[in-house]
Design a protein around this ligand. Structure first.
Ligand SMILES: N[C@@H](CCC(=O)N[C@@H](CS)C(=O)NCC(=O)O)C(=O)O
Length: 341
């Protein structure tokens, strides 16, 4: 990679900031790239490990779908809640558990799978890392099934690689019809980079800073910045453009989508982002519905996994049922006219 595409949290005094109650996201350590000599772009070679409630994984499932890579990049899905305290390997670990029962539905979740990428049938994501001497445990992971190695565990870089190598990776969509998430020209790149920076800091990661910080001032600043950006993006879209940078869907849209998709049904309550719903921002609401309607987008996410994951264990296993007005979600995303103007 020639430049850092991920827009990560500033790690200055991270320990002290965490001690004061601020949520500070860590850094991903596997940063190889498809296209490096060890990792040639080939159909059928790569695999992703994801959890459908995780918004960073959502970037990867969205990219895999819109780029036509579902047949050529295999995928395993972890259960949305981590392991419990009585797990022999410890609590809070992502687990492949297709038979585990979700409190929300009273049934197993059909999207959840066993681990098939390594060929070892591992139970925990942590064991995939441990095989390489790493103590990390995060999803998403891009894995090379031929080399038996983790390629990369930073979603921003993974989606950029899938976009750059879509054809060689075996995309089922012809080049002329496939979206280009990060076009080669400098002008759209600069526009996307600027949006990524703003959206990562105040929206994607800002939601976590609001919801997981235990300091009132840190929460309040994150809350304010989040809603300021929503207002700014609503205004950006008010000139009639279909997507954030114009008439084409790009990486900037893809990276905004996972957070806004979660906002009304989950983050409003769970992340204490109860200033307003996306429904209150007419241009953003219509943008959300427009993106949701693109081929492959609705199929890349699951609000059942989101609800189960965000409210499951940390909220005593009971998942809030709403909202139901003006309509249940995700059904509401099929109705752009619900926007308040
Ligand atoms: N920088 C990573 C962040 C991924 C991340 O934070 N994933 C969370 C789930 S939403 C995770 O697995 N964290 C490790 C853990 O909580 O054990 C990326 O964007 O790919």
């Amino acid at each position: 990679m020639t430049k850092d595409v991920s827009v990560q949290e500033d790690q200055t005094q991270a320990t002290e900031r965490r001690a004061r109650g601020e949520f500070v996201r860590g850094i991903s350590n596997f940063r190889h790239a498809i296209g490096d000599p060890d990792f040639p772009p080939e159909p059928g070679r790569y695999h992703v490990f994801v959890a459908l409630n995780c918004p960073w994984c959502h970037r990867v499932t969205l990219a895999r779908n819109v780029l036509g890579l579902c047949d050529s990049i295999t995928m395993d899905v972890a259960f949305p809640n981590r392991t419990d305290d009585d797990d022999p390997e410890g609590p809070n670990l992502w687990e492949f558990a297709p038979d585990r029962i979700a409190t929300l539905t009273g049934n197993a979740l059909p999207e959840c799978t066993h681990e098939t990428g390594t060929g070892k049938g591992l139970r925990l994501v942590k064991q995939i890392y441990r095989a390489e001497g790493s103590e990390e445990q995060s999803v998403p992971i891009l894995f090379d099934k031929v080399a038996g190695r983790i390629v990369n565990n930073e979603s921003a870089e993974i989606i950029r690689m899938l976009d750059a190598h879509a054809e060689a990776l075996g995309s089922t969509i012809p080049n002329s019809e496939r979206v280009r998430l990060y076009p080669d020209q400098p002008a759209p790149q600069q526009e996307i980079d600027a949006l990524n920076e703003l959206v990562y800091t105040t929206i994607n990661n800002g939601a976590y800073k609001a919801g997981f910080s235990s300091d009132q001032a840190v929460y309040a600043a994150a809350f304010d910045a989040y809603f300021e950006t929503l207002a700014a993006l609503d205004s950006l879209l008010s000139d009639g453009r279909s997507f954030l940078t114009g008439q084409d869907f790009t990486e900037a849209d893809l990276r905004l989508f996972p957070t806004l998709y979660r906002h009304d049904p989950v983050y409003y309550v769970r992340m204490k982002l109860n200033g307003a719903q996306i429904l209150c921002y007419p241009h953003l609401w219509r943008w959300l519905c427009r993106v949701h309607a693109l081929p492959g987008i609705a199929q890349a996410g699951s609000l059942i996994h989101c609800r189960q994951g965000y409210f499951g264990r940390s909220w005593n296993g009971v998942v809030p049922q709403g909202p139901f007005k003006p309509m249940k979600y995700p059904e509401a995303y099929y109705h752009p006219q619900l926007a308040s103007i």
